[in-house]
Ligand binder design. Structure first.
Ligand SMILES: NC(=O)c1ccc[n+]([C@@H]2O[C@H](COP(=O)([O-])OP(=O)(O)OC[C@H]3O[C@@H](n4cnc5c(N)ncnc54)[C@H](OP(=O)(O)O)[C@@H]3O)[C@@H](O)[C@H]2O)c1
Length: 357
């Protein structure tokens, strides 16, 4: 554990060893340092590991009650853990007076827990009756800044979204499964039949519902009524919540693609007012957290390979609908580990730290 080093609030990162946790430690080293003591916490499996944060070697400690000793009012604990771990331990932290920022699905639907993307509804962090603030799912996070900016101008009336989700959204297990499958496929002789991919990968498809290498898988989450997946319903509910549009019609289709990091989405948005694609581009260009790359003549549009490792949502292929003057089509990419999780959680934590400064 590191010694306290400044008068800033203490920060604990629970899940520091995970896919999101590792990126969060990089982000803490890159941004203005507003923190005092930084404590790294994970499961007992990782206790004793040493990780670098802010250029200091810091030992990981196991998640126990004692892990939060010294934490109280004005301090912040980030949960980058499975939902059941967040649900079990967040109340332990809030009982001590510290604020929880949770990146799991545990509290996203709780009306007493604000669901926050700072570029869109940063003001919401201040009202947190349970002492907990949640960040959204990585698919919601990838598109919400673009939608928030367009909604402010045109009034969002209807939304249809398809995701092209990276494997690391399923954590370390997801990216490891994709890498393993790609090496199995690369080492086998493939014909033109999908069955060859299934044979090469075998039964163990990791956290995915089918082989992901050289494939696309139109499924993530659990089955819900009507054939929807829990993930699709979550993106719908979260988008409505963050935009404050509780009855917005939204259709979501979640698809896993063989990309390690960087979610992509196609979005069809219908508005209350007529949309001009050129003006919409200007709005997107000026939107916080959004970068416009939209020059198809020059072959310029965003891809997840460009978005991975960067902070903003990259938007391109902005087109007015051919059939409906109130609709817009676009493509957006964002790093699921950064804006989809670690960066958003850091931004929320900085807003809260600012309250106590
Ligand atoms: N990956 C994304 O793109 C993404 C985006 C948005 C939200 N999220 C959410 O963020 C959370 C973390 O995701 P991830 O992708 O980083 O997952 P991950 O790679 O599987 O990492 C999970 C982290 O949680 C820790 N952990 C697991 N069980 C624990 C326990 N019983 N006690 C204490 N620590 C425990 C792990 O510690 P050990 O290493 O010691 O096992 C690890 O640090 C999840 O809720 C996920 O849904 C992820």
């Amino acid at each position: 554990m590191t010694a306290p080093r400044s008068s800033g609030p203490a920060l604990a990162v629970v899940g520091a060893t995970g896919a999101v946790g590792s990126v969060l430690l990089q982000i803490l080293s890159q941004r203005a340092d507003v923190w005092g003591d930084i404590r790294l916490i994970a499961s007992p499996r990782s206790a004793g590991r040493v990780l670098a944060v802010r250029g200091e070697e810091t030992e990981v400690i196991a998640l126990t009650e004692d892990a939060f000793d010294g934490f109280g009012k004005g301090d912040i604990v980030l949960f980058l853990t499975p939902a059941e771990v967040s649900a079990r331990w967040a109340p332990v932290v809030t009982a001590r007076g510290a604020v929880v920022v949770d990146q799991s699905a545990a509290f996203r639907e709780d009306p007493e827990v604000p669901l926050v993307v700072p570029e869109v509804n940063g003001h919401a962090v201040r009202i947190r009756p349970r002492g907990i603030v949640a960040g959204p799912d990585c698919v919601t996070a990838a598109m919400i800044a673009t939608l928030g900016a367009l909604h402010a101008e045109y009034g969002l009336a209807d939304l249809a979204v398809s995701s092209y989700q990276a494997a690391s959204a399923a954590g370390r297990a997801g990216s490891e499964a994709l890498r393993r499958q790609l090496s199995l496929v690369a080492g086998s002789t493939l014909g033109e039949q999908t069955g060859d991919v299934r044979r090469a990968v075998g039964e163990d498809t990791g956290p995915f519902a089918a082989p992901l290498a050289l494939n696309v898988v139109p499924w993530s989450g659990e089955l819900r009524e009507g054939g929807w997946s829990s993930h699709e319903l979550a993106v719908r509910a979260e988008t409505r919540r963050i935009l404050g549009l509780e009855s917005l019609p939204i259709a979501v289709t979640c698809v896993q693609v063989p990309v390690v990091t960087g979610h992509s989405l196609t979005v069809r948005a219908r508005f209350e007012r007529e949309v001009d694609a050129g003006h919409a581009r200007e709005i997107l260009e000026a939107a916080p957290g959004v970068v416009l790359v939209d020059d198809p003549e020059a072959g310029e549009f965003p891809t997840p390979a460009d978005a991975a490792g960067t902070d903003p949502a990259w938007v391109g292929r902005v087109r007015g609908s051919l059939d409906d003057s109130r609709s817009l089509e676009f493509f957006v990419c964002a790093d699921n580990l950064r804006k989809g999780a670690a960066l958003n959680a850091t931004q929320i934590s900085e807003l809260i730290a600012g309250e106590f400064a």
